[in-house]
Design a protein around this ligand. Structure first.
Ligand code: GLY
Length: 256
């Protein structure tokens, strides 16, 4: 069960966030704020304490806090984002992490290693890590070495189609995996119950398990039906403004 969630309010510079889909348009800031309010309310419904950090105008993508740290049951790992525009975001998260973890339980990914939390999928005590444009071999090596120190394990999953691992595959507990695109046939995921997400609804493979609920993005009826059929209670949150800059439900929080 998760007890805590950390989010950061979107900043006005959000409209200049990094995107691979400019055809979706520029985020509407006011609507992004409203969607963020709804996200926070959904989290609260899942019986967690929500820490809301102030907007940080220095970093357009800074509401995507998931990329700045990986929080395990044993330690917090401050990442080293793999794109220059976001690198400084990880250290901005450090003061908040210090409120939850003592110094000797805070670890760091260091250059030349890069790693973003969006590339990390936790399945119990094992962590799948996407080898992506943002997360490199050295970052994964450091990450797995830190995990091993705490009795946890990790393994690399190469990817080419998506920004992050969790852009296309997400674990929703009970051995259930939402999976799309290049991840459908990956041998690493052969033993999961796979809920296959079509290309049309690929964005909604990024759902998040939150205690008794699965949070599903608004506008993806097939994924919604499949998640309900799998027996979960669902909460729907509209993240359409964040989608315009490659952000999904998981990107918007740290959950632990
Ligand atoms: N816009 C989110 C990212 O590129 O990391």
């Amino acid at each position: 069960m998760f007890k805590n969630v950390i989010v950061r309010r979107p900043c006005r510079a959000l409209v200049s966030g990094i995107t691979s889909s400019p055809e979706l348009g520029t985020p509407d800031y006011e609507n992004a704020l409203k969607q963020h309010d709804d996200y926070i309310n959904a989290m609260k419904q899942c019986h967690v304490e929500v820490t809301v950090l102030e907007a940080n105008e220095a970093y357009p993508d800074s509401c995507f806090v998931e990329d700045t740290a990986v929080i395990t049951r044993e330690c917090a790992i401050i990442t080293n984002p793999g794109t220059d525009a976001r690198r400084g975001e990880a250290l901005e998260m450090l003061p908040t992490i210090r409120k939850f973890f003592p110094e000797d339980r805070i670890e760091y990914i260091q250059s030349p290693g890069t790693l973003e939390g969006g590339d990390v999928m936790m399945v119990g005590d094992h962590f799948y890590v996407g080898l992506s444009d943002r997360t490199n071999q050295e970052g994964i090596r450091q990450f797995i070495s830190i995990l091993n120190k705490y009795g946890l394990t990790g393994s690399a999953v190469p990817l080419t189609e998506f920004l992050h691992l969790k852009t296309g595959v997400n674990y929703i507990e009970n051995n259930n995996l939402l999976v799309t695109g290049e991840f459908i046939d990956k041998p690493e995921f052969a033993n999961f119950n796979k809920i296959i997400v079509s290309q049309e609804e690929a964005y909604a493979s990024n759902c998040i398990w939150m205690n008794d609920y699965v949070i599903v993005p608004e506008g993806y009826p097939n994924v919604l039906a499949e998640v309900q059929k799998a027996g979960y209670k669902v909460i729907i949150v509209d993240t359409s403004e964040y989608r315009k800059i490659d952000g999904g439900l998981s990107c918007l929080s740290l959950r632990f």
